[in-house]
Design a protein around this ligand. Structure first.
Ligand code: PGA
Length: 241
């Protein structure tokens, strides 16, 4: 695991963008594993800027996303499909038909998960972007999730619901269930880039880097992966310095 500590969140976004730019330049039809949440927004702005300026074209890339809430369709403003469309896909030249996000309203959620894992088994992402939850989760793989998990339905933990309540008018509106890539799906990516910014991530970053590798901290699984780059600001790094 390589760790880059940047002074600011802006530099985190810039460093991540350079990594993604290189992947797309080397392989124009790369499969990019993408993430939602506050952390990747700076990166997505830089990707959009690169596209506008003609530095990078995403016209042949394919994308997959980590997770989606159960019960929200793609037109719901808090669905992850909507997040991706508005924060990235509509701002770059990707073909929408090449973007894949789990459907939280699929008639058979179990089948949706199985199809997703089957796709990933045949198409390991060239690069997978991750954030990290305050409790060490990656995607919606909460503490206790087995490292061999594939895409599955999860019941969110209270602290994750509380963390995500800021995006909803009321905590009671936060969905209680989600679909998520499993840890084994994430680990199948050829390269993984985890971003974290802010003091509220310092403990999770410490646990990921320093605690024993264990499902107690799902992100600690990444230490078993041969090609992980952690890009964090000095606040998120404050407990490992
Ligand atoms: P955040 O979420 O980027 O909104 O902090 C990260 C996560 O929970 O994985």
């Amino acid at each position: 695991m390589k760790i880059f500590i940047c002074k600011t969140a802006e530099q985190v976004a810039d460093t991540a963008n350079k990594i993604f730019r290189e992947v797309v330049k080397t392989k124009p039809d790369a499969l990019l594993g993408l993430a939602t949440g506050s952390t990747p927004l700076g990166l997505y702005q830089k990707m959009a800027e690169d596209c506008r300026k003609g530095i990078t074209t995403y016209k042949d890339i394919r994308t997959v996303n980590l997770d989606e809430y159960v019960g929200l369709d793609g037109t719901h403003e808090q669905s992850y499909r909507y997040f991706m469309n508005t924060n990235l896909f509509q701002k770059i030249d990707v073909q929408m038909s090449n973007t894949r996000v789990l459907s939280g309203v699929a008639p058979d959620l179990q089948k949706e998960c199985e199809d997703y894992s089957a796709y990933l088994a045949g198409n390991p992402p060239d690069i997978q972007l991750l954030g990290i939850g305050g409790n060490g989760h990656i995607a919606f793989n909460e503490p206790g999730t087995p490292f061999d998990s594939r895409t599955h339905i999860v019941t969110l933990k209270e602290n994750t619901i509380a963390d995500n309540a800021r995006f909803f008018s009321d905590i009671s509106k936060v969905p209680r269930k989600a679909l998520t890539m499993g840890i084994a799906d994430i680990m199948s990516a050829k390269k993984i880039v985890l971003l974290a910014t802010g003091k509220n991530k310092a403990q999770a970053v410490f646990d990921m880097c320093e605690k024993p590798i264990s499902p107690d901290c799902p992100a600690s699984a990444l230490r078993n992966h041969p090609n992980v780059i952690v890009v964090i600001d000095s606040d998120a790094a404050s407990k490992i310095l």
